[in-house]
Write a protein that binds this ligand. Structure first.
Ligand code: IDP
Ligand code: MG
Length: 142
C-alpha cells in the first residue's frame, strides 16, 4: 500500500457560497492532509485538459463555462487510499442523489441548470490524480 494523492477542486459554486472552509474541514476531519492549496480562476485551457474525457458531451460547454465563472480552490489531498476515500466523502455526482453525510448531499442541490453544480471535484483513479495534479500544480512535479 502506498500513500496516495488526490486532486480536489472546490468548484466556483462552493467558493461563492462560502463553503471552501467547510470542505477543507471535512477533509482534515477525515484525517487526510493538505499537500498543496491554491485559489485561482481556471482558464478554459486548464479546464479543457482537466475535463478532456467529457469533450463532446451535452454538459461539456456548460461545465467549462461554470468552472471558469470564478475562483476555485485546488487542493492536493494526501493519505492512504484518499482517492476512493474523498470520492466517498463527496458523494454521488447528482447532489439530489448524494446521501446526507456527504459533501454534495449535505451542501449541494439541483439548481435546474445545464450542468450539475456539485461543490467539489475529486480524482477518480491514481492515473487521473497524477494527470490532474500536473495540470493544477505544475510546480509539484512527481
Ligand atoms: P464526477 O465529478 O462525480 O467525477 P463526472 O462524470 O466526471 O462526475 O462529471 C464531471 C462534472 O460534470 C460533474 O461533477 C458535474 O458537475 C458535471 N456533470 C456530469 N454529468 C452530468 C450530467 O449528466 N448533467 C449535468 N452535469 C453533469
Ligand atoms: Mg469525474
Amino acid at each position: 500500500m502506498t500513500i496516495e494523492r488526490s486532486l480536489v477542486l472546490v468548484k466556483p459554486d462552493g467558493y461563492r457560497r462560502g463553503l471552501t472552509g467547510e470542505v477543507l474541514r471535512r477533509i482534515e476531519a477525515k484525517g487526510y492532509t493538505l499537500a498543496g492549496l491554491s485559489v485561482l480562476t481556471p482558464t478554459r485551457e486548464q479546464l479543457a485538459a482537466h475535463y478532456a474525457e467529457h469533450a463532446g458531451k451535452p454538459f461539456y460547454e456548460p461545465l467549462v463555462e461554470f468552472m471558469s465563472s470564478g475562483p476555485v480552490t485546488a487542493v492536493v489531498v494526501e493519505g492512504q487510499d484518499c482517492i476512493k476515500g474523498f470520492r466517498s466523502l463527496a458523494g454521488a455526482t447528482n447532489p439530489t442523489e448524494a446521501p446526507p453525510g456527504t459533501i454534495r448531499g449535505d451542501l449541494g442541490r439541483d439548481w435546474g441548470r445545464a450542468v450539475q453544480e456539485n461543490i467539489v471535484h475529486g480524482s477518480d483513479s491514481p492515473e487521473s490524480a497524477a494527470r490532474e495534479i500536473a495540470i493544477w500544480f505544475p510546480e509539484l512535479g512527481s
